[in-house]
Ligand binder design. Sequence first.
Ligand SMILES: Cc1cc2nc3c(=O)[nH]c(=O)nc-3n(C[C@H](O)[C@H](O)[C@H](O)COP(=O)(O)OP(=O)(O)OC[C@H]3O[C@@H](n4cnc5c(N)ncnc54)[C@H](O)[C@@H]3O)c2cc1C
Length: 286
Amino acid sequence: MIERKVDLSTKNTYQFGGDAEYYLDLNEHNEEILEKCGSLTSDIYILGNGSNIAFSDRGYPGLVIKSSKTGIRKLSDNTLEVFSGTPMPEISRFCLKNSFSGAEFMIGIPGTIGGGLAMNAGSYGYSIFESGIVNKIYSYNFKNNSNSIIRPDDLNFGYRLVEGLEGEFIYKVELMFALGELKEIKEKHKEYLRHRKDTQPSGVYNAGSVFKNPPGEYAGQLIENSGLKGYSVGTVSISSKHANFFVAEKNAKSIDLYNLVQHVKEVIKENYSISLQEEIRFVGDF
Ligand SMILES: Cc1cc2nc3c(=O)[nH]c(=O)nc-3n(C[C@H](O)[C@H](O)[C@H](O)COP(=O)(O)OP(=O)(O)OC[C@H]3O[C@@H](n4cnc5c(N)ncnc54)[C@H](O)[C@@H]3O)c2cc1C
């Protein structure tokens, strides 16, 4: 059921919001409902776990559709069908149980597989598309009201970049894995989780890395070397643990994050002649 005036602050890891003018929690693939959404408005935003976005304090003027259908099904010895709302760590743990290798890097990424595909999420040298685990993406396009099956070869992808999925609502994906050594997979899980715990702030509102790393550099290092660790604008600060994580207070304002991001970009441009690019996505009016 499409709801009106829904507070978005419970729907993203920064807890920013604003109301969505229209909001739909979609936990089934139903073309009739999707068609209705398309005829209600063309201003549609697809939401996963909200772990890479910052909604405007003014909310969202169109329809936010939360992709919340979860589930993993084994199609064959090495192929899984996964609904787009499934958390990536759940896929990683499912693979561990089945000794599938290739999903270890997802263990600490707190997003859905739909969001992971849209972002080409990755860590520790692996990413969703480059790792070769994606076989088919099942999506719905609101512009022409039709379903499509998209293969990685149809897309251009790179570091936190995917071209060819614009306007697509991913509802399901087929992933393929190689059989691996259970012990090695377990070790990787442990190592990745330990590294995150040691290097990233925990228990605070954030959306992971704010900027992409420029070629040959680490954004966090540039920010730290510019003396900005701990610097804040209003309710949002640069983490003292990891300078590419910007952490928010409870009930923080996304405009503070936006202004902090602009400030950091100016300083880094001035100091290093490098234009940092956001990895997080600002959604709505800023
Ligand atoms: C503590 C922390 C650590 C993180 N570590 C990492 C990391 O190591 N590596 C990394 O890459 N990211 C990391 N992130 C960022 C984030 O988890 C990833 O970008 C993740 O892929 C976002 O998934 P999501 O479901 O939260 O998507 P959202 O934030 O909800 O959306 C992100 C984008 O995906 C689109 N989208 C979401 N679902 C769908 C769908 N079903 N169909 C079409 N488009 C969709 C949205 O429209 C939006 O453009 C981290 C975040 C946090 C908070």
